[in-house]
Design a protein around this ligand. Structure first.
Ligand code: PLP
Length: 436
């Protein structure tokens, strides 16, 4: 059965004539029958072209921290852009946003940019320039955006491509990347203390950075084992390697100060995007004074015509102000915990082996095993097909998580207690539908 009503189907067919697969990002293509075209969003809901309402837990892959079309954010953008949007000079709004980020995230300096991919790309350049080394470590299952250097051992990579656990392969997740790029990428299983230590001790003179999503926001919200982030911090400090927290998903979501605050660890560089603008394109590279000051006119480039543009920056100013002044994360945490507990109970009652992973503001369901997966390989041992079957039943009934279990359930401030109750009722019916 197709997810598309007649108007949605017609719009998708129109889109497919002019856009490859009818989408502007491959992750949005769910097949010709199940790719939606959305007419609008409001608060915690999205509506497709046929007017069908969904409680939205994809939230654009995470940015919507407050709600779709959140009035105070929209108004701030509307009020600001009438005076122009790009000037190739600094604006007071940029200063305000940078001040808020330094205060909220306990970082010394910030440069604004537009997308997570741009932020990670620049963070890698800063790390290389700062250390005068070229390789970097990333972890299997972590996604750091679309730049060639990062598209390894992430979405689009299957178990076989990753090679043996003893000698993991940095597996290209797409064609179109020059072969030699992989020479710079060391891809390791997450949460493996020994392998991290061995690798760094053997190769530290070549390693500029360790990039990590502190919680695997692109692999079912897998958590760091106790002491693992501390181990990365200890080893990177010892060997002069930059520790880079990619907080594109965790930033302004796990806590106002992101994973740095949540885990009590200071990285050298941090990247933010998504939640910082509640769905407007704005991102940041931030970090310690001496590392960020590697950026130097004439010596180490960071730039961008739209970096600090008023559209994104006005949205960030409003979003961060609300996060600072209202109990946003606290509220989302409570609702998320209710969902995690309820889904856990329903799956247990249905005798479906599972583990609820992640944090309440971005949690996931690992289906098909009852041991907490500690890395991407562990996640891939789960039953992705059963997860997808449950997700499709949910969507049919108007609750929308992603159909790919790697992608967490994201929550927003606009999600009410009634929405949570409705979600659990629908979840129970969906689990029953796949089970019986
Ligand atoms: C952790 C992480 N880093 C970087 C990115 C790339 O961000 P963008 O899609 O804004 O380029 C993403 C996107 O999902 C992400 O989850």
């Amino acid at each position: 059965m197709s997810m598309q009503g007649p108007k949605t189907k017609a719009a998708f067919e129109r889109a497919s004539k002019v856009m490859p697969y009818g989408v502007n990002s491959n992750f949005r293509y769910w097949g010709d029958e199940d790719t939606l075209v959305v007419s609008r969003g409001e608060g915690a809901y999205v509506y497709d072209m046929d007017g069908k309402r969904y409680i939205d837990y994809r939230l654009g892959f995470g940015p919507i921290i407050l709600g779709h079309g959140y009035e105070a954010v929209v108004k701030k953008v509307q009020d600001s852009i009438g005076d122009g949007t790009v000037f190739a000079w600094t604006t007071p709004l940029e200063i305000e946003v940078a001040e808020r980020i330094t205060r909220m995230c306990n970082v010394d300096k910030v440069r604004l940019t537009n997308t997570g991919s741009e932020a990670t790309m620049h963070a890698l350049r800063i790390a290389r320039a700062h250390t005068n080394r070229e390789k970097f470590i990333k972890f299997e299952g972590c996604y750091h955006g679309q730049a060639d250097y990062f598209m390894f051992s992430t979405a689009g990579t299957n178990r076989r491509m990753l090679g043996s656990r003893r000698s993991p392969i940095a597996a290209a997740a797409t064609s179109g990347i020059p072969h030699t790029i992989s020479d710079y990428v060391i891809s390791l299983p997450f949460n493996d203390f020994e392998m991290l230590e061995e690798t760094i001790e053997a190769q530290w003179g070549d390693i500029a950075a360790v990039f990590v999503e502190p919680v695997l926001g692109n692999a079912a919200g897998i958590f760091p084992a106790p002491g693992y982030l501390e181990k990365i911090r200890e080893l990177t400090e010892k060997y002069g390697i930059m520790m880079v927290f990619d907080e594109v998903k965790t930033g302004f979501r796990l806590a106002n100060g992101g994973a740095q605050e949540y885990f009590g660890i200071q990285a050298d560089l941090v990247t933010y995007a998504k939640a910082m603008g509640n769905g407007f394109p704005v991102a940041a590279i931030a970090g310690k004074e001496e590392v960020m000051m590697t950026i130097e006119p004439g010596a180490m480039a960071h730039g961008g015509t739209y970096s600090g543009n008023t559209v994104g920056v006005a949205a960030a100013a409003a979003t961060l102000q609300i996060l600072e002044e209202e109990p946003v994360i606290e509220t989302i945490n409570q609702r998320g915990q209710t969902l995690m507990d309820g889904m856990d109970r329903i799956l247990t009652d249905a005798d479906i082996p599972h583990v609820v992973t992640g944090a309440p503001t971005m949690f996931s369901l690992f289906i098909g095993g009852d041991e907490m997966p500690m890395d991407f390989r562990g996640y891939l041992k789960g039953d992705g097909d059963l997860y997808e079957a449950i997700a499709m039943e949910l969507i049919e009934r108007g609750v929308q998580p992603d159909s790919d279990g790697r992608e967490p359930w994201f929550l927003c401030y606009a999600l009410s207690e009634e929405d949570v109750a409705e979600t659990l009722t629908v979840f129970e019916a969906s689990v029953k539908a796949v089970k019986w």
